[in-house]
Design a protein around this ligand. Structure first.
Ligand code: GLY
Length: 347
């Protein structure tokens, strides 16, 4: 099981856990935002007081080879050895890229993630997926490599904007759908527009537990880890379409994708329609609707046919027979996919 540390003091927790790595040198990776906004939270760390900070650009457009090369170069110039360690302080972009830089530098140094967004706490930082975008494709190059530890401080969430909170919350809703009805009911009761931070902290722990349970059963996504793709087959198509127009946050696309894929679950796997309507009502209220029309259906379908999770050009869906009843590698017809788009537009 991956080592997850929950804390209200990142600096104290890092000073507590870093000695167990026996690193000869420590480095901190930030992006231009977390360097300003989040480094004060590790400023009192005794062990990181002299650690060089390596800073890359903020945002997914910087999740590329040049940033990766910058991290490798800075580690080398800073005297990093195989026994050094990297602390990645940031959202999913920093933890994905930093994890990959660490996994590959001198064939691998240890790293600790300190996720600063909801999305990275409940998803990106947990489970060992690392990587960068390449050749216009998201997460095209990477490696499975677990962080030595993940330090989760939900206090970061108090300063997160509403859009990013909702975005991360979509992955939590997904985890609840993969778990059980009681967890789903708790998630549908929560209002990400008016967050109760004490309740959010409880739900974040549950969410991480679900992700850990699934990843532990199938670390390299040969089987049950594909459950975590719920909402992502259609979601990635919405995200890619939006990139051609007005980009949307990942979790919004996943929420819309989940609405479509739950509709397909009801149509083909017997998923309960009352639950479908409650979840879709929540998604509609908190994520609105994507900006697309029936003229976009073919393009969306084409984007889905190129999803890297497919086998050949057959689109593979993760669907549900019920809450917690996961059905992997499902196939549906093109007409059923188009019906799900109609459903989302009319919901
Ligand atoms: N984000 C999905 C996974 O970690 O498998």
């Amino acid at each position: 099981m991956q080592d997850i540390r929950y804390t209200h003091s990142v600096a104290a927790e890092l000073d507590h856990l870093l000695p167990s790595l026996s690193a000869d040198r420590l480095f901190v990776l930030t992006d231009s935002t977390t360097e300003v906004v989040c480094t004060p939270l590790i400023a009192s760390s005794r062990l990181l007081a002299d650690a060089p900070h390596i800073t890359i650009g903020a945002g997914d457009t910087y999740k590329h080879l040049d940033s990766l090369a910058h991290v490798w170069k800075s580690l080398g110039e800073g005297g990093a050895t195989r026994h050094s360690a990297l602390v990645c302080l940031g959202g999913g972009m920093v933890t994905d890229l930093g994890g990959f830089a660490a996994a590959t530098f001198k064939r691998g140094i240890r790293f600790v993630h300190v996720p600063t967004t909801l999305l990275s706490m409940v998803d990106a930082a947990v489970g060992g997926k690392t990587g960068i975008n390449f050749n216009g494709l998201k997460n095209e190059v990477g490696a499975f490599c677990n962080a030595a530890a993940v330090v989760v401080c939900t206090d970061f969430l108090r300063s997160l904007d509403a859009g990013n909170l909702c975005s991360g919350y979509a992955e939590m809703l997904k985890h609840a759908l993969l778990e059980n009805s009681s967890m789903l009911a708790d998630h549908l009761r929560f209002d990400p527009f008016e967050p109760d931070y004490v309740e959010l902290q409880r739900l974040v722990r549950l969410s991480i537990q679900t992700k850990q349970r699934i990843v532990e059963a199938d670390p390299r996504e040969q089987g049950i880890r594909k459950a975590l793709n719920l909402g992502h087959t259609v979601g990635h198509a919405f995200e890619s379409l939006a990139l051609e127009r007005k980009p949307v946050l990942h979790g919004y696309a996943v929420a819309w994708g989940m609405a479509c894929e739950l509709y397909l679950s009801a149509l083909t796997q017997g998923f309960d329609t009352t639950t479908l309507h409650s979840v879709v009502h929540f998604i509609r209220a908190h994520y609105g609707r994507p900006d697309f029309s029936c003229d976009d259906y073919e393009r969306l379908y084409d984007l889905m046919r190129h999803d890297k999770k497919n086998v050949g050009s057959t689109i593979c869906f993760t669907l549900l027979g019920g809450v917690g009843d996961v059905r992997l590698d499902c196939h549906v017809t093109r007409e059923q996919v188009f019906d799900s788009f109609d459903f989302l537009r009319e919901a």
